[in-house]
Design a protein around this ligand. Sequence first.
Ligand code: SF4
Length: 694
Amino acid sequence: LIALGQAEHSTVTTCAYCGVGCSFRAEMKGEEVVRMVPDVDGKANHGHSCVKGRFAFGYATHPDRITTPMIREKITDPWRVVSWDEAIAHAAREFRRIQASYGRDAVGGITSSRCTNEETYLVQKLVRAGFGNNNVDTCARVCHSPTGYGLKQTLGESAGTQDFDSVMTSDVIMVVGANPTDGHPVFGSQMKRRLRQGARLIVVDPRRIDLVRTPHVQADYHLKLRPGTNVALLTALAHVVVTEHLVDEAFVALRCEGDAFDKWRTFVADPRHSPEVSEADTGVPAALVRGAARLFATGGNAAIYYGLGVTEHSQGSTAVMAIANLAMATGNVGRPGVGVNPLRGQNNVQGSCDMGSFPHELPGYRHVSDSSTRAQFEAAWGVPLHEEPGLRIPNMFEAALDGEFKGLYIEGEDIAQSDPNTQHVTAALTAMECIVVQDLFLNETAKFAHVFLPGSSFLEKDGTFTNAERRISRVRRVMKPRGGYADWEVTQLLANALGYPMDYRHPSEIMDEIARLTPTFHGVSYAKLDREGSVQWPCNEAAPDGTPIMHIDAFVRGKGKFMLTEYVPTAEKVNAKFPLILTTGRILSQYNVGAQTRRTANNTWHAEDRLEIHPHDAEERGIVDGDWVGIESRAGQTVLRATISDRMQPGVVYTTFHFPFSGANVITTENSDWATNCPEYKVTAVEVTRVSQP
Ligand code: SF4
């Protein structure tokens, strides 16, 4: 109330945390945010918010912010504060020196899902037009790249099918590998409202997440599978649908490719895919699988919501396709209350993928090998573009260790903390000659950087974010960039210094260019967003008001395509030395690697990562609640305190990864998704032992 009295003016903007994309009114006194008030007109949140968006904005003015550019010759040298001109010129000179010495492809760029659409678009443009290669990637590589691949193959578009409000007409909700009440709290609450109204719930998760049993909500089925066996379980569900004649034959005949469906039907009907056989892999009793499949296929409108528990596996892309298969086979695509819905972790995962930040795709998910797409961008950008896909993030690391990749521009991403097998990542970073980090803080990656460029928080810039339901919302500047420039301006400065001219005066001009060059964005403009509040793509001539629900009359690819989903066990095996499986997740009050939330009052609610361990496993090891434990994997070791919890199943332990000193990624391995290289964060064989306090 005191804060309310202090506010002098307010501006509507979008939360910079999770993929729900809540709309807030930033109440201001001068250039100081007094408080963030959830916007009742926000179409993603309808006036609701969680503790992150509501309270965790103080990091923007935290004393740890670095607001001056800095350079150093070697990473062992102290940082030297320099002017913007000197820092940008130094970075550009170094990138050009590296290209002259090692070749055009020896440099690249990484953008973040925390950046706006406009910033991400500029980073990939700088790499493709300024560096002259396709070595650009995004942190979506390590979270939802399998969604992009899997949904494109089956449905034809790398995006979720529904708007959030669609869940209010679902009769059956299946949550696979997601924890909406912690990871996507406002949507998690909306989901709970629907469940309290009587919708039925199937949870597929190795851990008992809150949704399984929370006041007035009780899951009908909790399929508590072993980590790494999603594909076996999802294919077993499909086996029941096919063999018990629960397929929506009319939908499949009308909407899907017949040959692919026939092959898939024969494939999943094979007895080796039955719940009884797959139980040996998944650990889920066959009767539960059969019951869940029947409920999903016959319970009315059935919707699937999934998260990183699906994608961050060696078969992440296969599991995404298995989910799409299940939805198509039961006719649950193309109307309210149904669909295939990836819950995006970060605020702009969807947008960063849409904007062409993968090395194989130009904006709008068009492959770089497509000559007509390239010709369109070449005409607009005035440079020739290369048809060969560039390096993915893990390929950049490999090339660096081979001495072939030497320079990296990183905007808003802390790869030294967030990518798996930290030792491997830091070895690759150490092998490079010029790393330019553009960020709010001197993060873990900056320890290996030669140039530091101050980044800007979401409060300091204009732009747009695109949430998990493809909703494009405005981000509005409420304070001046503390370093002097917004992130898009810094990228523009660097492009110009590299000799590739950029001359945008406002992010709206960048969006105008995106809209011109991207068919699904043809109808998007800041004027439209200001008028309507937000809009869901595709927004173009065919859908001037946007598209809340996709694939209504036909799939984007024409006919839906069933894909075969052979279960291949992960290479990460438990054995006598590493008998437990570690899996990872998030907690409500913190966000990803914690760079933002750890610098806010939210830190008081969850001040450390802990290892959750089942009472049986703890007792075997003489561990009691609160003990310090050492966790060792084939990749490395770390130390955490233990929480004894029967949320876990015996043989599986769990931790969050919000704190750098706990180093969860020191122990995760380099296994990754076969199609996209998304790391297998969710399955690491470990041993846990009681240790003394470190
Ligand atoms: Fe922000 Fe997500 Fe919380 Fe909404 S639910 S306030 S977008 S963190």
